[in-house]
Ligand binder design. Structure first.
Ligand code: NAG
Ligand code: NAG
Ligand code: NAG
Ligand code: NAG
Ligand code: NAG
Ligand code: NAG
Ligand code: NAG
Ligand code: NAG
Ligand code: NAG
Ligand code: NAG
Ligand code: NAG
Length: 861
């Protein structure tokens, strides 16, 4: 009856146009009213009612008892037609219903209440000074109660939207607060997070809470910042899943709780741990296990409620971190994978003292580590760089330290000793083996493990050639070792120590190199005496040990700290006369041991290199002939070592006109002999250099470090160039200097030696010179086209005049430099840059010169 009449009325109303009638007191007309009655009686609900009718919920509502209906008033739809349309399409009556509760706003006390009786998501009711809100939507028309149903209708001024999904809620809250980034990342790293959040209360730690509980690395790990956990080793992955599941379960309560709560509410989280939850009196915030009250409270999502906290103190309690997890947090999951692959994972799981140098993740993911190369990234001790390098030694900070790596299993090559590496501090930072930069000077610390990030994979020291740093300039020694086939040493189950002449060792010894290369017996003796079959490091002071050298002899070696020096170590070898000094920790490691690059050439006892051998090496055989003419002089080059000798190149001898028949041969030879106590001056190119002849020589270096000698006080320009040097084995006082041409006697005392020259020759020479110059001038004037030809003529004249008056400022005559052997390793010097056929031309000129001078004078001028 009543229902029928309502329906009837409803259908009649639009037709009769009696809408106005309902604005009179409806209750008077219909004593047995229902919720639908209320909706139809109040024109402000017309849109909502139409939707209810269209979606066929009239009967459902009529038959329902004990409920509250939240009904949006028309103005909620007014803004946009589309809203209405969408609303209709997605309409679900349950979203507007609260069952088993007849809400009476006027009865409600001040406060916030979580109402669970809604069909799906909970509803949040807020009452404050007669204003009431449901999910933050104002109730504008409260407490409309039908007489025939136990229910109430609450007119609300906006559409009651379905609450956002949890992830949407988090994004939205994060936009507002910028304080949920970590939790957001954390939650979304679960693909199935709904399983944890469904019908739950979520306790959200804000970023500050996360950062107080975990460091960045731990957060990266928990949130899988680098998205690599899914691809990592299964064991690693399982641990990670367990950790993050444990964390999220710590934060989830399986029921919705919010608003005003009963006193001392004890709940359990999903890990079954108790949580003591309290709300404040208004229910606007709550606290968990004595935390501060939540900063974000009572946020409803699709099927649950979330509260945000800044100081939950139990986040970390049940998560145990180790190096493995830290490596994941450092974007080094590939490295972890490699460790598992090589069965080395114990290094990142145990709690022994360990330092790890882990390569920064790079684009090069497929690195192909071997077990030894992986082990080389570990040290079985804790290395605190800042502490280690703050040590003072001789009032200087230590700049280099040597450490044992964890690669200790190479019995064949290193006799089971651990391969070492060194760390050097420079103003650019810390470097391993001079190549690999350590990116953090403070280690990441977890348990007993220190982790340093480095810029690339550590390379286990390779063979000798690859291990020596280019700046040590060891190439000559390496070449000599190669000549002897000693670059690959046989496995000796002990390792090797090599004292390798590097740096400037060979720089005053190019002639010695030539000699050694020409005499394999000598070279073999030298190099094998510098290689020892044991591992001796420069920082292992006060050891005195007997080892075998590669030549087969037992020698004793002593390592001492040089007191008063900053970082020098003295190495004394029993069969090497001089002590060897190296910088402490300048050791270079290679796969078979250690190299000490040394800056001096020390010959072992028993290796004799005499002047004779060095002179032979120059290839200037005439020198012996010349010296043999004079008994006293010949002994000088045979055995005594009282002099150094300047030896002109073999090819320059015929050009100079000097023969066994030259009258001035003796003084010529004496001019080329330098007393032993003057040699150092010449080696240093410093000061005046006396010769046996009594004449003094001067020395200069050009900007390319070419060394020239000339007669002291003579005009600039009359000089010869030193091409090579080599000293005898007994001392650095008796050396051979290969010069590009003889020092001309004509430079000496112009009066004395000039008198030998017939004036006519000089005159004739001048006439020829002038004639040539004039005719050249003519040529230039007359023919302008044949420029090339004239130029060559010009050069010819220049060359022609050079030997005549001996005034070439720098040696530009190619023939003078045709030395027999040029060390392939020496810098491209001027002799190498001239072609061999250049020797032709000057020969003609020499003929011209001797014709003119017409005598047997040593020099021609
Ligand atoms: C409404 O609530 C009353 C009292 O709690 C109860 O007796 C009645 O069965 C309820 N009616 C329905 C339809 O649930
Ligand atoms: C109306 O519903 C409420 C809530 O379910 C209930 O407590 C109350 O007893 C009901 N009243 C009647 C008269 O059924
Ligand atoms: C509700 O709060 C308002 C403002 O704080 C206060 O005036 C009013 O007395 C409170 N009502 C109740 C029932 O506590
Ligand atoms: C949430 O839980 C309810 C009841 O346990 C279930 O019916 C529903 O499918 C769940 N939703 C999700 C997204 O897991
Ligand atoms: C909360 O505190 C209670 C009592 O102190 C404690 O038993 C419980 O373990 C705590 N909950 C968590 C998750 O740590
Ligand atoms: C993490 O490592 C990968 C390579 O494994 C690299 O491509 C990526 O850039 C790294 N991420 C960061 C933030 O360094
Ligand atoms: C080569 O060197 C050995 C060892 O020093 C020496 O005995 C020998 O005389 C040298 N031979 C020549 C040709 O110089
Ligand atoms: C020094 O050498 C001795 C003997 O070879 C060895 O036992 C010791 O471990 C070495 N010390 C260092 C620091 O290398
Ligand atoms: C030795 O000390 C000098 C001067 O302080 C320094 O330049 C050099 O790098 C040090 N060498 C090593 C190997 O530490
Ligand atoms: C030196 O003089 C002798 C005799 O006069 C002669 O036989 C010899 O060929 C000359 N040697 C040179 C190199 O001119
Ligand atoms: C060099 O030695 C000679 C004797 O061989 C001596 O007369 C001279 O004084 C010494 N010169 C210097 C600078 O020692």
């Amino acid at each position: 009856m009543n229902i029928q009449s309502i329906i009837c009325t409803f259908w009649l109303l639009p037709i009769l146009g009696l809408v106005q009638a309902f604005q009179q007191n409806p209750k008077d007309d219909f004593p047995f009213s229902t919720v639908i009655d209320i909706l139809s009686e109040n024109v402000e609900f017309s849109t909502f009612l139409r939707v209810i009718q269209k979606t066929g919920h009239v009967q459902y509502l009529n038959e329902l008892q004990n409920f509250t209906l939240f009904a949006p008033v028309n103005s909620a739809f007014a803004k946009d037609d589309r809203i209405t349309q969408q609303f209709e399409e997605h309409f679900h009556i349950e979203n507007f219903l609260m069952h088993n509760r007849v809400l009476e706003v006027k009865e409600l006390k001040n406060g916030t209440y979580l109402e669970k009786r809604a069909a799906k998501a909970p509803l949040l009711l807020k009452k404050y000074e007669r204003h009431c809100f449901v999910n933050d939507i104002a109730i504008v028309d409260p407490d409309l109660q039908p007489s025939f149903q136990n229910a109430s209708v609450q007119g609300i001024n906006n559409i009651l939207l379905i609450p956002p999904k949890i992830n949407e809620l988090l994004v939205q809250l994060n936009k507002e607060t910028q304080d949920l980034n970590v939790f957001n990342d954390f939650l979304t790293s679960f693909s199935n997070y709904n399983a944890y959040t469904n019908l739950s209360t979520i306790l959200i730690p804000l970023d500050v809470n996360f950062r107080e509980s975990f460091n960045t690395i731990e957060i990266n790990y928990l949130t899988d910042k680098y998205k690599k956990m899914g691809k990592s080793n299964a064991i690693s992955q399982d641990k990670w899943i367990a950790d993050r599941t444990s964390l999220i379960q710590e934060l989830v309560i399986d029921e919705v709780h919010g608003g005003i709560l009963p006193n001392e509410l004890i709940l359990k989280n999903k890990n079954n741990r108790h949580l003591l939850i309290k709300s404040n009196t208004e229910g606007t915030a709550l606290s968990v296990n004595e935390s501060d009250f939540s900063c974000i409270s009572n946020k409803i999502f699709e099927i649950g409620i979330a509260h945000g906290f800044s100081d939950l103190d139990f986040l970390r309690t049940h998560i145990h971190f180790d190096a493995e997890k830290y490596l994941h947090g450092l974007n080094c999951s590939e490295f972890v994978k490699e460790l598992y692959f090589r069965d080395l994972e114990k290094f990142i799981q145990n709690d022994k003292k360990t330092t790890i140098f882990v390569p920064q993740a790079s684009f090069n993911e497929d690195r192909g580590y071997t077990k030894p190369s992986l082990l080389y990234h570990f040290v079985e001790d804790r290395i605190d760089l800042e502490e280690e390098f703050s040590l003072l030694r001789q009032n200087q900070y230590v700049t280099t330290q040597i450490y044992d790596s964890a690669f200790c299993s190479s019995a064949k090559r290193l006799g089971g000793h651990c391969q070492k590496f060194k760390i050097t501090r420079s103003n650019k930072g810390y470097y391993i083996n001079g190549r690999f930069k350590i990116l953090n000077t403070k280690p990441y610390e977890i348990g007993n493990t220190y982790i340093y990030s480095i810029d690339d994979d550590l390379q286990l020291p390779g063979d000798l050639v690859l291990s020596l740093p280019p700046q040590d300039h060891c190439s000559i020694s390496l070449m000599l070792l190669k000549d002897l086939d000693l670059l690959d040493l046989p496995s000796n189950h002990k390792g090797y120590t090599i004292l390798l002449p590097c740096m400037n060792s060979w720089s005053n010894n190019d002639l010695t190199i030539d000699y050694l290369r020409s005499n394999e017996t000598a070279l073999n003796f030298l190099m094998k005496n510098l290689i020892f079959e044991d591992l001796i490091y420069s920082n292992n002071y006060s050891i005195s040990t007997t080892v075998k050298n590669l030549y087969g002899n037992s020698v004793s070696i002593e390592i001492e700290e040089v007191m008063g020096s900053q970082n020098l170590t003295k190495i004394s070898v029993s069969n090497i006369n001089e002590s060897i000094f190296v910088e402490e920790n300048s050791d270079v490691f290679f796969n078979q041991g250690v190299v000490h690059p040394i800056n001096q050439l020390n010959l072992p006892v028993g290796l004799e290199i005499s002047l004779k051998e060095l002179i032979e090496t120059t290839g200037t055989k005439e020198i012996f002939e010349f010296f043999n003419l004079f008994h006293d002089l010949s002994s000088i080059i045979r055995n005594k070592e009282e002099y150094s000798i300047l030896v002109p190149t073999a090819s320059s001898i015929p050009l100079s006109g000097i023969t066994v028949n030259s009258t001035d041969l003796r003084i010529f030879l004496e001019l080329h002999l330098i007393p032993a106590n003057q040699t150092q001056n010449l080696l240093d190119c410093n000061g005046v250099i006396n010769t046996k002849s009594g004449k003094q020589l001067a020395c200069r270096k050009d900007y390319l470090n070419n060394v020239f000698i000339s007669i002291e006080d003579d005009d600039w320009g009359k000089e010869v160039r030193i091409l090579k040097r080599g000293c005898t084995s007994s001392s650095n006082r008796s050396c051979v200097f290969l010069i590009d041409k003889p020092i001309s006697l004509s430079w000496l005392d112009s009066e004395k030696y000039h008198l030998h020259l017939p004036g006519i020759a000089v005159g004739f020479g001048m006439i020829i010179g002038v004639t040539l110059a004039i005719s050249l001038l003519f040529c230039i004037i007359i023919t302008r086209g044949g420029k090339v030809k004239h130029n060559s003529d010009e050069r010819r004249v220049e060359q022609a005049t050079t030997p005549l008056i001996q005034s070439s400022p720098i040696i530009r005559n190619p023939s003078y430099s045709a030395t027999a052997h040029v060390s392939p390793l020496s810098q491209p010097s001027f002799e190498g840059s001239y072609s061999g056929n250049a020797t032709q031309r000057p020969r003609d000129i020499r003929k011209l010169g001797s014709e003119q001078s017409g005598n047997r004078s040593v020099s021609h001028s």
